[in-house]
Design a protein around this ligand. Structure first.
Ligand code: ADA
Length: 567
């Protein structure tokens, strides 16, 4: 089940078959949609350019459906995610727009006399930096278009709405909680109900600046952990509205280079995972999310880095229920001087990061948050952007660990500001010496040098997470020479990496790059990306295991068994 749930609002799903029109020529700036002639049908959720009719095309997908709202009732449209950017029209009038592909947004509709309304979404997948700064055409993952996630219609009751609820664990041992609530300014009496039965009333709560913070203690405390992923619900109700969220009682902190969850040190073993499939693009069916998590569990993983954008809420709910730990980051890929000098880029980063934090605030699986993957964090020009994001994350989400995945290593300038050191590096793949036929011997010295350098810099107490490391292999390419792109080379590469990770206490964890092969950007970048795919998956894009799969599984599973025997 997906949360939050508003139990006093009529909510209808608008998922299903919509009318569709694709055009390569229309101008996205044109708000006149009256002349669109819909000549096709499309699925919502779905990615239009992952379907045979529109594969590889770039332009605008016009999605059309109708919906019904009782006359005189206010309503709200909720979009899970639309890519790459979009405008929303109701009855021909623009009611919203969004320039962040994996970020939910909503459009409020004032009461009207009409009952049946027309909804049109203009989803554009053209690269256009002036309009859309978050995905550029050199990013190493394909930029799809479409309505990727759920669309819902809510009828809004008249009165003060409960807009957002965030639950923080203050003490996992006692069940002491802090509850932050957003609603209309003014005074309200609230009723808080835990797990549907344990009710407490809070009279005369003042919502200064639209927010109120309450303390309460769970009576029937069941802490959340990977081993025992216990979940609780909290309903916050006033006389008009009621919002139910699901949360987990857990605290996470760092201590002497280790990540501590509810007082127990945990080593993160897992993968970076893109939301991607050749037949669905990023709009994965629920069955695929579950299959991916079954494979990750089979591999002996407890950890997923959601690279490189806000995650599907269904995936996060499954991670909550299955006990996976997650590193969630807002979208960026190798941001550079041009971006850091661009106020639109920084505003877009702050907007999508704020939305991500608030959307997945109550998912206990998320223990680490990040941003600006592989940004140029070794130059002074980056400082303002990094400091603005660090300030935002610290203010909005003070109870999680903060990091960013850096490929700058010890040249990185802002490591002192974060909780976990997350380094992306590919020793033995992007080798120091391109003429070295088997640079695998680079891997261990590289990891040790980074650890030593961090100690020299006084950062030895921060957990060291290998947030990306890996090698490419073309599925089915078996090569007795064991050369680059063979499954044998990747298998040997990951054996060395995984063994070091489980043996070395100084390594807090690893997110191998990557779980599955993914379609990547087109153009000459593809000369380093056979098939125009990023082939560093341990499974291919159809989740077919490569030789490395059983090697990673054996090492992670053996480590897990050793840990269980210690307990
Ligand atoms: C970087 C980047 C990944 C991917 C990887 C690779 O670390 O963060 O998205 O591009 O390199 O495959 O080289």
């Amino acid at each position: 089940m997906n949360f939050p749930v508003w139990t006093k609002r009529t909510t209808n799903s608008l998922n299903g078959v919509w009318q569709f029109k694709f055009t390569e020529t229309n101008d996205f700036g044109d708000d006149d949609i009256s002349g669109i002639e819909y000549d096709d049908l499309i699925a919502v959720p779905g990615s239009f350019d992952a379907t045979p009719a529109y594969n590889g095309k770039r332009g605008i997908g016009f999605y059309r459906t109708t919906f019904t709202v009782a006359p005189g009732e206010a309503a709200r449209l909720l979009f899970g995610a639309v890519g790459m950017y979009c405008k929303v029209f109701v009855d021909g009038c623009k009611v919203g727009e969004q320039y962040a592909a994996y970020t939910p947004f909503q459009c409020d509709l004032p009461p009207v006399a009409k009952q049946v309304r027309e909804l049109v979404v203009m989803a554009c997948n053209r690269f256009d930096y002036e309009r859309y700064q978050l995905h550029e055409n050199f990013f190493d993952f394909y930029a799809y278009g479409g309505i990727f996630r759920d669309v819902e219609l809510q009828q809004l009751p008249a009165g003060s709405l409960i807009e957002w609820v965030g639950v923080d664990t203050i003490d996992y041992k006692t069940g002491a909680l802090q509850v932050k609530i957003k609603s209309a300014p003014g005074r309200q009496t609230l009723e808080l109900t835990i797990d549907g039965s344990d009710r407490q009333e809070f009279k005369d709560c003042e919502f200064k600046d639209g927010q109120q913070t309450l303390e309460l203690v769970l009576k029937n405390l069941k802490p959340w952990s990977p081993e025992y992923p216990e979940l609780h619900t909290l309903t916050v109700a006033n006389e008009t509205d009621a919002m139910t969220v699901r949360f987990g009682v857990r605290q996470v902190w760092t201590e002497k280079g280790r990540i501590i969850l509810n007082g127990k040190a945990v080593k993160l073993l897992g993968y970076c995972r893109h939301e991607s499939h050749p037949q669905y693009g990023p709009a994965l069916p629920l069955a695929q999310l579950i299959s991916d998590l079954q494979m990750l569990r089979d591999l002996g993983c407890n950890f997923v880095r959601g690279s490189h954008y806000q995650q599907d809420p269904r995936f996060l709910s499954l991670c909550d229920e299955l006990g996976f730990l997650v590193f969630e980051e807002s979208m960026s890929w190798q941001a550079n001087c041009k971006n850091f000098a661009d106020t639109k880029f920084i505003a877009a980063q702050l907007h999508q990061s704020r939305t991500m934090i608030l959307s997945s605030y109550n998912n206990p699986c998320i223990i680490i948050r990040g941003f600006l993957n592989e940004g140029k964090s070794d130059i002074e020009e980056a400082r303002d952007c990094y400091m603005a994001l660090i300030k935002l994350f610290r203010e909005l989400d003070p109870h999680r660990l903060l990091t960013y995945a850096s490929d700058k290593g010890l040249k990185d300038m802002f490591l002192e500001q974060i909780d976990v050191i997350s380094f992306n590096s590919y020793p033995g793949w992007y080798a120091k010496d391109p003429n070295d036929e088997r640079p695998l011997c680079e891997i261990i010295p590289h990891i040790h040098a980074q650890l030593e350098g961090l100690k020299q810099r006084g950062l030895g107490d921060k957990p060291y997470l290998i947030s990306e490391i890996g090698a490419g292999a073309i599925y089915g390419w078996r090569d007795p020479v064991c050369a680059h792109w063979s499954e044998e080379y990747q298998q040997e590469y990951l054996r060395i990496v995984c063994q070091e990770v489980v043996d070395n206490d100084a390594v807090a964890g690893v997110a191998l790059w990557q779980f599955c092969d993914i379609r990547t950007c087109r153009g000459s970048y593809a000369l380093g990306r056979p098939r125009c795919f990023n082939d560093k998956g341990t499974v291919d894009e159809f989740r077919r295991p490569k030789l490395a799969y059983n090697t990673v599984k054996a090492i992670f599973k053996k480590y897990n068994q050793q840990q269980e025997s210690i307990l």
